[in-house]
Ligand binder design. Structure first.
Ligand SMILES: [Zn+2]
Length: 384
């Protein structure tokens, strides 16, 4: 029998090939099935970028370089620290492509971030049709800018003239060969990849011809990244520490995220806190109304949220203070702790904040996250 190669994902591993009525089919990409996007046609008015603030000098330089690379067909990797204002970097090249009525995609591994980004892109390009596509939201697949989860890229075959892929080191995209294949298939033109912690493989790939790596090491407001404070407390005392942390910040009208490693722990901590502080909630992947809860939090209906790592990326809240409960838990690797720390101090006029790693003992990931942030701040100091 001839070897079967899946026309969709290129899989040829017999382990993932099934037979129906004697015909082979691919079981590897079976989870990525559904309607394909219709052919693209530009539907917007005049593409005008509407930004209510200026980019920093560093952001402008990268933004212009991205347009240059787009024109000459180079793929670019942007290596940028959390809070450096990565999204703003690509507005220029998006505007350039929109004016030429080209098809554009902004893909991110996680749905929560897609939803948040949709609002920002809509504000930036008010004359264009912006659509978001993610599991449960797949009715409209075509627009001038498609913002989607990396899972949805299978619907776009050789489609995008400009594809921007953010948080490439995040679950579930990282190490997922199927999603990587679907990304490659959806790309027709030029790619821009963004990451705060690019892997060795990606850095290697972008060191080749027709590729470029650009670094943005500076937060757009030129302030330092808050350094995590490590607090070691025995088990019951930890809960009291959380209460005093909440009390201090809520009194100052500052909102708080409390990260917990598991859904069970998140629920348990929330149960404990809610008898002391009424104005909070808990979010995790099993919480169905979490989109609404996050919206309400942004509107300050809640002063605190207990959360699992679902809020590790993407959500930007002014004056946010963060505590990581059981930061020594094995699930919190260095990258995750750096990402979480990056939640704090993201707004220009509120760039300071507290980030606490509350733990039984100091893990090597906690140490390393702290050390990385301190060394990034040193880099900053040497620049200005
Ligand atoms: Zn397949």
């Amino acid at each position: 029998m001839e070897d079967f190669v899946c026309p969709r994902c290129g899989n040829r591993d017999p382990k993932y090939i099934g037979y129906k009525n004697g015909f082979p089919y691919c079981r590897f990409c079976i989870s990525l099935r559904g309607e394909n996007a219709p052919d693209y046609s530009y539907s917007g008015g005049e593409a005008i970028l509407s930004l209510k603030y200026d980019l920093s000098k560093e952001q402008k330089e990268i933004s212009e370089r991205l347009i240059f690379n787009f024109k000459r067909g180079y793929d670019t990797l942007i290596n940028a620290v959390c809070g450096a204002g990565k999204t703003e970097l690509v507005y220029g090249v998006i505007e350039y492509a929109l004016k030429r009525k080209l098809s554009i995609c902004f893909a991110i591994p996680r749905k929560d971030v897609v939803i948040e980004l949709e609002e920002r892109i809509k504000n930036a390009f008010p004359n264009n049709k912006i659509v978001s596509v993610y599991g449960g939201n797949t009715t409209i697949l075509s627009g001038d800018i498609v913002i989607c989860t990396t899972h949805q890229l299978f619907r776009y075959n050789n489609y995008f003239d400009l594809i921007i892929l953010d948080e490439i080191d995040a679950f579930p995209f990282i190490n997922n060969s199927l999603l990587n294949v679907m990304y490659a298939k959806s790309k027709k033109g030029v790619a821009i990849l963004m990451s705060a912690t690019p892997s060795f493989e990606i850095l290697n790939e972008f060191s080749k011809d027709n590729h470029e790596i650009l670094e943005l090491n500076v937060r757009f407001h030129h302030k330092e990244i808050p350094v995590p404070k490590i607090v070691i407390r025995p088990s019951e005392i930890k809960r009291l520490y959380i209460l005093s942390f909440l009390k201090k910040h809520i009194k100052d009208n500052k909102q708080v995220f409390i990260f917990a490693p598991t859904i069970y722990m998140a629920e348990a901590i929330f149960d404990f806190i809610k008898s002391f502080f009424k104005n909070g909630n808990v979010v995790h992947s099993k919480k169905e109304d979490r989109k609404q809860i996050i919206e309400d939090f942004k509107k300050k209906k809640y002063m605190f949220l207990v959360t699992t790592s679902v809020l590790e990326r993407g959500v930007t809240v002014k004056n946010l203070q963060v505590l990581v409960y059981r930061a020594d838990f094995s699930l919190y690797d260095t990258k995750t702790l750096i990402q979480i720390s990056g939640r704090v101090g993201r707004k220009y006029d509120a760039s300071e904040g507290e980030i606490i790693f509350l733990a039984d003992s100091i893990s090597s990931s906690m140490e390393e996250a702290r050390r990385t942030i301190i060394s990034k701040n040193k880099y900053l100091q040497n620049m200005f």
